[in-house]
Design a protein around this ligand. Structure first.
Ligand code: IMP
Ligand code: MG
Length: 181
């Protein structure tokens, strides 16, 4: 469906910039404590995770490396296609390394279930998951989220990296959106 056929109605702010940034600081500090003197490779899942990843790593005070994957599981609509496609793999060698996979939202769990298994195949010391949002009501594949921002109900959210039809990723807060066809 072309995005030009949709009108998006933004609702009230659900999580403010201050709430999200506060949570990112807490999580960054927890990661710092959990990994102590170890080095961690953060793997951001693009495009949605870019803002959340940048916020969390600012509060991480251990050796880190940053890498990214580009993945598509959604078209430009609000329904999952259920298929994960890797458009860009990581560039770092993660063998023997601690990896934290950073994602914007866990919905059906298809994407992270697939990516975690995929990265585990590269022989890292560990793979953990850090997600800004969890939408557990939609889960089809089990995903253990080690570091979670917030849990939400069955709503479609935009902002803070999340999009609908590639729009609104730049909003510094999270808001639900109504799609009017
Ligand atoms: P999953 O594979 O069903 O868990 O879907 C994960 C991906 O779907 C996320 O990385 C998002 O790109 C997208 N997604 C799921 N729910 C939302 C939402 O509420 N807003 C924006 N994107 C979403
Ligand atoms: Mg998306």
């Amino acid at each position: 469906m072309s995005e030009a056929t949709n009108n998006y109605q933004l609702n009230d702010v659900m999580f403010t910039r201050e709430q999200i940034e506060g949570r990112a600081v807490e999580i960054g500090r927890r990661i710092t404590d959990d990994y102590a003197a170890e080095e961690v490779v953060f793997v951001g899942v693009l495009r949605g995770a870019f803002m959340w990843l940048s916020e969390v790593v600012k509060s991480v005070d251990i050796e880190t490396r940053l890498d990214f994957m580009v993945v598509s599981s959604y078209g430009d609509a609000t329904k999952s296609s259920g298929v994960v496609r890797i458009d860009k793999d990581i560039s770092e060698n993660v063998e023997g390394m601690h990896v934290i996979l950073v994602e914007d939202i866990v919905d059906t769990g298809t994407t992270l279930h697939y990516l975690k298994t995929y990265l585990e195949g590269k022989g890292p010391a560990s793979v953990r998951i850090c997600a800004l949002l969890d939408k557990p009501s939609m889960r089809e594949h089990r995903v253990d989220i080690d570091y979670l921002g917030f849990t939400v109900g069955d709503v479609f959210l935009v902002g803070y990296g999340l999009d609908v039809g590639q729009r609104y990723r730049n909003l510094p807060y999270l808001t639900s959106v109504k799609v009017e066809a």
